[in-house]
Write a protein that binds this ligand. Structure first.
Ligand code: RIB
Length: 303
C-alpha cells in the first residue's frame, strides 16, 4: 500500500446545472443546483484513499464549520486529517461550478482558508512528509507552501507529483527543480510550455519542454481521449474508456489520486497505473458532483 500525502485545497462546491453557459450580459434560469464537497486537493485525497493508499491530507478549512461534512467524509474513508487545520480569519474555500448538458464545466474559485496555508503548517507536517512514498500538490494553495513541502520531500527521497492546476504561466524554478513528475491537462500544458496540445507529436514536444524545466516524468491528460506519458525511458498514450459524461468535475482529480495510489516509485507499472486511473475517472464522470462521484477500488476493479 502506498503512503501518499496530498497537499491541497478543500472547497465547498456549489454546482449550478445549466442547459448551456450564459453569454456576457445574459440572465438565464438554471436546471437545478446542489452543494457538495470539492477542492482539487480534497478530491485527490479522496480518490487516493478510496483506491487503498494510506493517505494523509494537508489542508486548511474555515472557522465557520462549512467544511464539517467533508471532514466527516474524510474520516469515514480512513484518511489521516491530523494536518487539516482551521483558519482563524478566513472561511472555507468555495467553488461555483456551472455544468452544462454535455457535462462540461466552468469554475470560479474563492480561495478562503486554502490561501492561509503557511510554511509553518508544512513544517508541522514534516514528519508525515518524511515518512511518505510520495506527495502530490496543486495550485489552489500558496505556491511557497508547495515549494516548502516538495523541498522536504526531495531531501528525504519522497517522490513529488505536481498537478499545475489552476495553471500559471511561469512556475518558479525552485519548485520545478524539486518536482519529479508533472501532470497537467492539455490547457495547463499549453499555458506552461506555449505548445498547443493536439496530437502525439505535440505531446512529445511538450514533454521535452517539461524535461528542460527539470522535471523527470510527464503525464498530459487530454479529457475523453486519454493521457500521454513520457519519462527518460518510455513514452506512449493510454486511451480513455468511452462513457457518457454527466459531469466532468473532478475527473482529473480522480485520475491523479487513483494514479498516486497505484504507481510504483520507479514508474515500472506506468501504463497499468494510468489504465486504472482512467477507469476511476471514467466512473467519476458518469455521476454528477465531485467527491460523491469518486469511486472505490472495488468498483474500479470490478468495472
Ligand atoms: O477539479 C475540480 C475542483 O476544482 C472542484 O471540486 C472545485 O472545488 C475546484 O477546486
Amino acid at each position: 500500500m502506498k503512503k501518499v500525502i496530498i497537499l491541497g485545497s478543500t472547497n465547498v462546491d456549489t454546482i449550478l446545472n445549466v442547459q448551456r453557459f450564459p453569454q456576457p450580459g445574459e440572465t438565464m434560469a438554471m436546471n437545478s443546483m446542489a452543494v457538495a464537497g470539492g477542492g482539487k486537493g480534497a478530491n485527490q485525497a479522496i480518490a487516493a484513499v478510496r483506491s487503498g493508499a494510506e493517505t494523509t491530507f494537508i489542508s486548511k478549512v474555515g472557522h465557520e464549520g462549512a467544511a464539517n461534512f467533508m471532514l466527516d467524509t474524510f474520516k469515514e474513508d480512513g484518511m489521516n486529517i491530523d494536518h487539516v487545520t482551521t483558519s482563524e480569519t478566513a472561511g472555507t474555500g468555495q467553488a461555483y461550478i456551472m455544468v452544462d448538458e454535455n457535462g462540461q464545466n466552468s469554475i470560479l474559485i474563492y480561495g478562503g482558508a486554502n490561501q492561509d496555508i503557511t510554511n509553518e503548517d508544512i513544517q508541522a507536517a514534516k514528519g508525515s512528509i518524511k515518512a511518505a512514498d510520495r506527495i502530490v500538490a496543486q495550485f489552489e494553495v500558496p505556491i511557497p507552501s508547495v515549494i516548502e513541502a516538495f523541498k522536504i520531500a526531495r531531501e528525504n527521497d519522497v517522490q513529488t507529483i505536481l498537478n499545475p492546476a489552476p495553471a500559471i504561466k511561469n512556475i518558479p524554478d525552485d519548485l520545478l527543480s524539486v518536482t519529479d513528475m508533472i501532470v497537467p491537462n492539455e490547457t495547463e500544458s499549453e499555458i506552461i510550455t506555449g505548445i498547443k496540445v493536439t496530437d502525439e507529436a505535440s505531446m512529445e514536444a511538450s514533454a521535452k519542454e517539461f524535461f528542460k524545466m527539470g522535471v523527470k516524468a510527464v503525464i498530459i491528460t487530454v479529457g475523453d481521449r486519454g493521457s500521454f506519458y513520457a519519462t527518460s525511458e518510455q513514452s506512449g498514450f493510454v486511451n480513455a474508456f468511452k462513457v457518457k459524461a454527466a459531469d466532468t468535475t473532478a475527473a482529473g482529480d480522480t485520475f491523479i489520486g487513483a494514479l498516486s495510489s497505484k504507481l510504483e516509485l520507479d514508474y515500472s507499472n506506468l501504463e497499468e497505473a494510468m489504465t486504472y486511473a482512467n477507469k476511476a475517472s471514467s466512473l467519476a464522470v458518469q455521476i454528477k458532483g465531485a467527491q460523491n462521484s469518486i469511486p472505490y477500488a472495488k468498483d474500479i476493479l470490478a468495472d
